[in-house]
Design a binder for this molecule. Structure first.
Ligand code: B12
Length: 263
């Protein structure tokens, strides 16, 4: 029996009107700001296959560098139904409900260790998730009475993070990677996973990767249990980790779906 062809869901960018294909892009060219530079930006966009190109902004970024914002029409159409990508599904409980849930179901504190690893000094992201005050009106994990959160800060070597997490019998390790130049974030993350495997914690502790250029798919490819990108709230992480602990304890089936959550 042959399976019927999947129905297509064709989409184009939306600017002024549905399906007009209008997009906004920004980029930098290594030339001084001038009319000639704007013309170069136009030509560049046309070579990308764009039409109706309008240079909305051309600003000096540095000596001999101009930053452009361009509106243009793209001919690209994609089939949304062809896309299959892993997604984190979280049962989101509020702060008080989640603490009560951990108290009742896990009956001990959930221990997490986080750091910005390798040569990366950008701690704002991991602080947003772990520190008491949290991020975007959402308390950080240190504020949860049923979490014990350790934030080791920046430029932490993988082995130190892993060693400290093992010593404290952590449930989860949170690795933050912000700098992505020459894919250094992937290199650092792969090295972390190798060391986690050597230390025997992969598959036993929940290993999370986060940062502005991280998504769930990339994190899975690199060997982590989940990935969290821009805009992540501490409560997303708190809820995710609590369910991971329950699953590792065999108290909840993997992939359990709850009423009202995205499928
Ligand atoms: C602040 C900042 C700095 C500060 C950092 C201070 C500190 N204590 O963190 C200082 C001045 C030290 C700095 C230094 C450098 N920086 Co800087 N910096 C920034 C800046 C302006 C903001 C980053 C930030 O704080 N974002 C806010 C946080 C809240 O967002 P976030 O990190 O994405 O975190 C969220 C999520 O991603 C997620 N998350 C993050 N980590 C984790 C981890 C887990 C486990 C989970 C679950 C979630 C999670 O949750 C957070 C909340 O939603 C960015 C530009 C920008 N506007 O983004 C450049 C930027 C990141 N820096 C950059 C660079 C290049 C540098 C330097 C190399 C510059 C230099 N030549 O010296 C150095 C790096 C030195 C080093 N060894 O790392 C580049 C990186 C480019 C790239 N492609 O990699 C950027 C993008 C600027 C740019 N456009 O060029 N920087």
């Amino acid at each position: 029996m042959t399976t019927p062809p999947r129905e297509k869901h064709l989409i184009r960018a939306y600017g002024d009107r549905r399906d007009d294909g209008i997009i906004q892009i920004s980029f930098t060219l290594p030339v001084a700001t001038s009319e000639k530079a704007k013309e170069a930006a136009q030509i560049y966009c046309k070579k990308l296959g764009l039409t109706d190109v309008k240079v909305a902004a051309a600003e000096r970024a540095a000596d001999q560098y101009t930053f452009f914002v361009v509106y243009a029409r793209s001919p690209v159409i994609i089939d949304y139904n062809e896309i299959d990508t892993p997604e984190i599904v979280i049962k989101k409980l509020g702060f008080y409900e989640l603490n009560e849930f951990i108290e009742q179901k896990i009956a001990r504190k959930v221990v997490v260790f986080g750091a910005c690893t390798g040569t990366d000094t950008h701690t704002v992201g991991i602080d947003a998730i772990l520190n008491m005050k949290g991020f975007a009106g959402d308390y950080g994990l240190e504020r949860y009475p049923w979490f014990e959160a350790y934030n080791l800060g920046s430029q932490v070597p993988n082995e130190v993070l892993i060693k400290r997490a093992i010593e404290q019998k952590a449930d989860a390790i949170l690795v933050s990677q912000v700098v992505t130049q020459r894919d250094v974030h992937k290199e650092n993350s792969r090295a972390f996973i190798e060391q986690a495997k050597e230390a025997g914690i992969a598959g036993k502790m929940t290993l999370l990767l986060g940062g502005p250029r991280v998504d769930h798919k990339l994190a899975l490819e690199l060997g982590f249990d989940a990935g969290f990108g821009p805009g992540t709230k501490p409560s997303d992480v708190a809820n995710f980790v609590a369910h991971q602990v329950l699953q590792r304890l065999g108290k909840e089936a993997k992939g359990t779906h709850f009423e009202g959550e995205p499928t």
